[in-house]
Structures are given as structure tokens and as C-alpha cells.
Design a protein around this ligand. Structure first.
Ligand code: IPE
Ligand code: IPE
Ligand code: MG
Length: 225
């Protein structure tokens, strides 16, 4: 792997938890549980490879449409997992932030999110941004309102929840769509789609995606030299 051409900002649409669980003969919630744990494995691998920022799509503004028991699992299980593991938070060497709306969560979930952000904010080098109750339409509409006027590309970008342009966008589980993720930030991203379901996506898969990225010729509208 050429260490010289590692993408700065990688974004992943974490899809396929349900399909993975079905394949294993397990309920969808098991897929979400294993998918949640996998996030830390892949973040560690990304940090090691020299990626600077990893933004992951974990729950969209549209995912509230799902059955109440599934939404409830997704909104409560992370609280339980945090309380079981919080003695290990100082082992996390990178910064964790959250992007998305914050007005639909329980007080308990908000507290956990704020605690994670607080306890990791001094970590430098690599940042994991977990996008929950995130939708690009919502992000852009909010940014248009908040941005310093007159509106420019720079002033709008400063008002986004995720400010850095994406270099490599990965979507697991076979679907080839954005599902309202980072519409602005992927303007010049390279796209990589894999059939591997999110809970089975590991360091080897990430390296495969990066190797594929390294073969691309990014022109940004200009000509290749
Ligand atoms: C991704 O897995 C996680 C969330 C969107 C919360 P899915 O739950 O979408 O899994 P599939 O696509 O049904 O397999
Ligand atoms: C996209 O996955 C959102 C997340 C991974 C959080 P979905 O499973 O919700 O997307 P669609 O419904 O297949 O487009
Ligand atoms: Mg899905």
C-alpha cells in the first residue's frame, strides 16, 4: 500500500446490518449490535492507516420510519454499551464527534454523546464522526440559515455539520446510492461500493477500498498531468 496517497477523509455508509443478521439466522438487532462494535474496529484500522477523518452514517433522518422496536433498539442499546465500557474510554486514542440533529434524542442518549465528545476532545490526529439523525437536506437547510451572509462556498462550508470534503466514499452491502448522506461534501469524492455487509467489513476490506482509490485519477475538472 502506498502510504503517500492515503485519503484524508473517508466516509462510510454503514449498510447491511439487517441482511447480515438474516444470513446468520439472527434478528436484525443482532446485526445492529455487531455493526456497532465493528465501528470501533474499523476506526482503529483507519487511524493506523493514516486516514485523518472517518465519517460514518449510522442513522439517517429517514430511519425514524422504521418499526418502533428497531428504532428503540438503535436509540437505547448504545447507551447500555457505553455504560458497560466507559471505564475503557481513556484507551481511545482518537477524537469522537457526532453530526446530525440533536432534538429528537432522549436525555440519556444526549448525555452519553456529550460525555464521549468531552472525554475524547483532546485526542489529536484522527477523528471519528458518527452521523446520527443526520440527513444532508437537513444539514444544508440549517447551514443556509446559520451561515454568515453574503453566502459563499466558504461561509456555507463553515456552517455545515461535516466541514471537510470527502476523498473516498464507501457504501457496504451492495446498494449504489447516497441515501441523503453528505451531498455537499462528496462533490469530488471517489465512490467505492462493496457487497460486503457492514458487520463483516474489516481492515482487509478497508485496505482493498484504499488500493482501489489509489488507482483513480482525480482531476477536479482539470486535466491529468
Ligand atoms: C444499516 O443497516 C444500519 C442502519 C441504517 C441503522 P440496515 O439496518 O439498513 O441493514 P439492511 O440494509 O436492512 O440490511
Ligand atoms: C442508509 O441506509 C442510512 C444509513 C446507513 C444510516 P438505509 O438502509 O437507511 O438506506 P436505504 O433505505 O436503503 O436507501
Ligand atoms: Mg439498509
Amino acid at each position: 500500500m502506498k502510504l503517500s496517497n492515503i485519503p484524508n477523509h473517508v466516509a462510510i455508509i454503514l449498510d447491511g446490518n439487517g441482511r447480515w443478521a438474516k444470513k446468520m439466522g439472527q434478528p436484525r438487532s443482532f446485526g445492529h449490535y455487531m455493526g456497532g462494535r465493528n465501528l470501533f474496529t474499523v476506526a482503529k484500522a483507519a487511524e493506523k492507516l493514516g486516514i485523518k477523518k472517518l465519517s460514518v452514517y449510522a442513522f439517517s433522518t429517514e430511519n425514524w420510519k422504521r418499526p418502533a422496536d428497531e428504532v428503540n433498539y438503535l436509540m437505547t442499546k448504545p447507551i447500555e454499551m457505553y455504560h458497560e465500557n466507559k471505564h475503557r474510554i481513556s484507551d481511545i486514542t482518537y477524537k469522537i464527534t457526532f453530526a446530525g440533529r440533536r432534538d429528537h434524542f432522549s436525555k440519556e442518549l444526549l448525555e452519553v454523546m456529550e460525555e464521549i465528545e468531552e472525554k475524547t476532545k483532546a485526542n489529536q490526529g484522527f477523528e471519528l464522526t458518527v452521523c446520527i439523525d443526520y440527513g444532508a437536506y437537513d444539514e444544508l437547510l440549517t447551514a443556509y440559515e446559520k451561515a454568515e451572509k453574503p453566502l459563499t462556498k466558504d461561509s456555507l462550508e463553515k456552517a455545515l455539520m461535516v466541514k471537510e470534503p470527502v476523498d473516498l466514499l464507501i457504501r457496504t452491502s451492495g446498494e449504489m446510492r447516497l441515501s441523503n448522506f453528505l451531498l455537499w461534501q462528496v462533490a469530488y469524492a471517489e465512490f467505492y461500493f462493496t457487497k460486503v455487509h457492514w458487520p463483516a467489513f474489516n481492515e482487509k476490506q478497508l485496505i482493498k477500498a484504499i488500493k482501489n482509490y489509489q488507482k483513480r485519477h482525480r482531476r477536479f475538472g482539470g486535466l491529468s498531468s
